[in-house]
Design a protein around this ligand. Structure first.
Ligand SMILES: [Zn+2]
Length: 446
């Protein structure tokens, strides 16, 4: 293996990220074919035979493979991005400009940075002629950002499974550095909450607004909405959450460690959460991750001010803790909303959890210990979703991990800019992550 010139790699991977940002793949409509063709061009130039597929006109996916023989690892990234409000940006959101060591633009963090890094890793494996014991698949796919969207990796699994079927997947969702006291950590996403969005409808007697009665659908619905909004649902801490708390507790003084453990005791959980020396967004993620949640977000009732409607409905964004199902969730909320309200599920995807002791997870922990010996990797659970939501329901045995290490200067956590204005990534972090990901893949597959 030749010595890698990491300075040259830094320039090269930065260039890929800039190019990708300049392709407007805002979803909707997506147009990810632009990114798929661009990436296929780079791969072709290096002697690969990439496969480009279109799930719908304009919705493109690209995959390529390095053969090693054994169970594949997929380096997965989505190429679509969320919409921008260009007026609110200090630099053009599709400019891909580099200023003061930062690459600016939509997708710089979510997740064209990781697509560029994964591409770079994939190219390096070939250039360095790394001997592989597993296949390594590069896959850049469409349509992660649209809630119900399914033109990307899920579509590939349904229509071209031979391209992406694998027991291990590495993608976005983890790697952010955070501090608790003097201790530093990187997350590796192993868990994700499920989605159970539903509409609840209350019926009643229609009538004239001038003659109120006791069977008003709006009032019945309101009772259910208020009760659900105030409900304290039971805790179902996942293995990921337990490990997360335990690994942090090990590094803290006895008092903080006790508070961390108390998060898992139903009677003390809330007091403990409020007293933890953790950033507020980590605490709110933890609070929501411990249990199923239900947020009422939309209401529908009536057309005229003087008519009592026969029906009233509320839309609820329900999220499930790992191990929970739609049935167990509805059993939990029924006592609050009552038996009269009708429930119709609008969207369902089950919660997910990958092992916190699998060979890939252990490799991530080991490689990070080499690159940043002063920090630890802890498993994390997200209240939102990544492409894992398309993979795990179709392939329950596939272990999907979210990891791209991201160093944070104190008080300057870039990852907070995800989906925000002025999204940008430091070239330093991009280069660091590329190096780490290369070592992870070499150690896991080489
Ligand atoms: Zn993303």
């Amino acid at each position: 293996m030749e010595q890698i010139n990491w300075n040259a790699v830094r320039r090269e991977v930065t260039g890929y990220l800039q190019d990708l940002i300049r392709l407007d793949t805002t979803n909707p409509p997506g147009n990810e074919i632009l990114a798929a063709k661009y990436l296929a061009g780079v791969l072709h130039g290096e002697g690969f035979e990439p496969l480009v597929t279109e799930s719908e006109p304009g919705r493109g996916n690209v995959t390529a493979r390095l053969s090693g023989g054994g169970d594949p690892l997929v380096l997965l990234g989505h190429t679509d991005v969320v919409a921008v409000e260009p007026d609110r940006w200090r630099r053009p959101p599709f400019g891909g400009q580099v200023h003061d060591g930062y690459v600016w633009g939509r997708g710089a963090l979510d997740m064209k940075n990781m697509v560029a890094a994964e591409l770079m890793v994939f190219l390096l494996l070939k250039r360095q002629r790394i001997r592989l014991k597993r296949d390594v698949i590069f896959a850049a796919t469409a349509d992660e950002e649209a809630g119900k969207g399914n033109h990307g990796v899920g579509w590939l699994l349904d229509n071209h499974p031979e391209q992406v079927d694998a027991p291990f997947v590495l993608t976005e969702g983890g790697g952010a550095e955070f501090r608790v006291g003097d201790a530093r950590f990187y997350t590796c996403q192993t868990g994700q909450k499920g989605i159970c969005r539903f509409r609840m409808t209350a019926g009643g007697q229609p009538g004239h607004g001038s003659r109120p009665h006791r069977e008003n659908a709006v009032v019945r619905l309101s009772d259910a909405v208020a009760a659900l909004g105030r409900a304290e649902l039971p805790m179902h801490p996942s293995r990921t959450i337990r490990e997360f708390l335990e690994r942090i507790a090990e590094t803290q003084d006895a008092r903080t460690a006790e508070r961390l453990h108390r998060v898992l005791e139903p009677a003390h959980s809330e007091t403990a959460l409020e007293s933890l020396p953790l950033a507020s967004d980590i605490v709110s993620n933890l609070r929501a991750s411990l249990r199923n949640t239900a947020s009422v977000t939309m209401l529908e009732a009536g057309q005229k001010i003087n008519v009592i409607p026969a029906e009233a409905a509320a839309w609820v964004d329900g999220r499930l803790a790992p191990g929970q199902t739609d049935a167990s969730f509805f059993k939990e909320i029924r006592p609050f909303i009552g038996d009269e309200v009708r429930i119709e599920v609008d969207q369902y995807s089950p919660p997910l959890e990958a092992g916190v002791d699998s060979p890939l997870y252990r490799t991530i922990v080991e490689v990070m210990a080499d690159h940043d010996p002063g920090a630890r990797v802890v498993p994390s659970q997200s209240t939102g979703g990544t492409d894992a939501k398309h993979i795990c329901p179709r392939r329950p045995s596939t272990q999907v991990y979210g990891f791209m290490p991201y160093r944070a200067a104190p008080g300057e956590e870039e990852w907070r800019l995800i989906h925000g204005h002025d999204e940008r990534t430091s070239v330093e972090n991009l280069a660091f992550a590329t190096k780490v990901l290369f070592d992870i893949v070499c150690r896991f597959c080489g």
